[in-house]
Design a protein around this ligand. Structure first.
Ligand code: PLP
Length: 395
């Protein structure tokens, strides 16, 4: 019997390195410190600036607005904390941080640290409501006056992710950006899941900062990008050699930047066709999910076609992923995982999903090497896996 190849269905966590990125990085392997005032420094700087220009063009920004960071997490931390401090410097009364409860911990825990952390910094979290389909509910926000009193004197920043990492659901960032601009409040967008999967135009959106992470679109791991408008008032929490406009101190990872630019160019080149293909793959798996009694689907359009998030009530998410693992499929529950331990999903909680139902969560996320044959195999496996996980019961 020939064993079947494993299926990797956790692209939202990390995507394999694209060949274009691997090739570009091989060529830039010997790049040293781009700040060096000698020939090798100038060579490294040229590669870095070419990558910066390419990324700027692909994302609708100016090169000076592209800041290389060590991860999406670092980009989010610099933006959220840096904007909170920057607004406070301009307006000593600016204390509200407006955000939905579905943000990734890179944003959510930055906000918690500012609001309820070890030091009394005087910031206050103001929650943007989320509807049962996992989308920020602007009508409700209006009803309960969340955004009505936002102003540069009162509000430190608004932050909202472009697409959620668990559900893939796309958020109304454009509408929020218009509100933020009208109120004169800076806005950050965590676009880590969206960059490379959805078209992004930073200038057109009119936001202050945007975070991206290369390994989500086939670039190297531990390489991020922060887009920061020239006039953004950011007091970066990172101190050191003042590289990257003083926002991200530290020697810049040139070959990471080169790989990021190459991966992004390839992702954007293939985006339209790839999204259509992934939609077909997701539809095939969804067909199988609809045959599982009681299964609930959390991914609702508009969404990234790469993502499918669901729950099998009566089953533990951990059982589902272990059974799939044993059957040769890499998947996740979707919620943030610290040291291999899954936490209850704060995203499903914000959507009002019952804890017991949320515990049976499963996230399948697809990418460039996922095939329709993979979808067929997952579709075939899922009903049996759901039945076995239900039989194993809840822990
Ligand atoms: N923001 C979102 C929405 C994410 O999905 C992730 C990673 O899963 C991050 C931020 C953190 O990115 P990184 O892994 O580059 O630190």
């Amino acid at each position: 019997m020939t064993s079947q190849p494993r299926i990797y269905a956790d692209h939202a966590a990390s995507s394999p390195l694209r060949p274009e990125a691997a090739e570009a990085m091989r060529e830039a392997e010997s790049a040293l410190n781009p700040a060096g005032q000698y020939r090798t420094g100038r060579d490294a700087r040229r590669l870095l600036e070419e990558s910066r220009e390419q990324i700027a063009e692909l994302l609708g920004a100016d090169p000076v607005e592209v800041i290389f960071t060590a991860s999406g997490t670092e980009a989010d931390n610099i933006a959220v904390q840096g904007l909170a401090f920057g607004s406070r410097k301009l307006h000593p009364t600016a204390s509200d941080i407006i955000a939905p409860g579905i943000e990734h911990p890179a944003v959510g825990e930055s906000i918690d640290w500012l609001c309820t952390g070890p030091l009394p910094l005087g910031y206050r979290r103001v929650e943007l409501p989320v509807d049962e389909n996992g989308r920020v509910d602007l009508a409700k926000a209006d009803q309960i006056g969340v955004l009505k009193n936002a102003s540069s004197e009162q509000t430190a920043l608004i932050t909202c992710m472009w697409a959620n990492n668990e559900t893939g659901n796309i958020q109304p960032v454009s509408e929020l950006a218009t509100i933020a601009t009208d109120k004169g409040v800076p806005m950050h967008v965590d676009a880590v899941q969206a960059v490379g999967r959805a078209p992004i135009d930073f200038h057109r959106l009119g936001i202050t900062t945007l975070a991206a992470s290369a390994h989500k679109f086939g670039g190297p791991r531990s390489t991020g990008v922060l887009l920061a408008r020239r006039d953004a008032k950011i007091l970066s929490p990172l101190k050191g050699g003042n590289q990257e406009r003083g926002l991200r101190s530290g020697t810049v990872n040139v070959h990471g930047a080169v790989g990021t630019a190459a991966a992004l160019a390839a992702a954007q080149r293939d985006m339209a066709a790839e999204n259509e293909r992934l939609q077909g793959i997701r539809d095939r798996v969804l067909g199988a999910v609809s045959g599982i009694e009681g299964a609930r689907v959390w991914t609702h359009d508009p969404s990234l076609p790469s993502h499918l998030h669901l729950s099998i009530p009566g089953a533990e998410g951990d059982s589902l992923i272990m059974l799939l693992d044993a059957a040769g499929v890499d998947a996740s529950t979707g919620s943030a995982c610290a040291a291999g331990v899954n936490r209850a999903s704060h995203v499903l909680a914000a959507m009002g999903v019952d804890v017991e139902v949320a515990r049976g969560a499963l996230r399948l996320t697809f990418g460039s090497e996922t095939t329709m044959a993979d979808a067929e195999r997952i579709a075939e496996l899922l009903p049996r896996v759901a039945e076995q996980a239900r039989a194993a019961g809840m822990a």
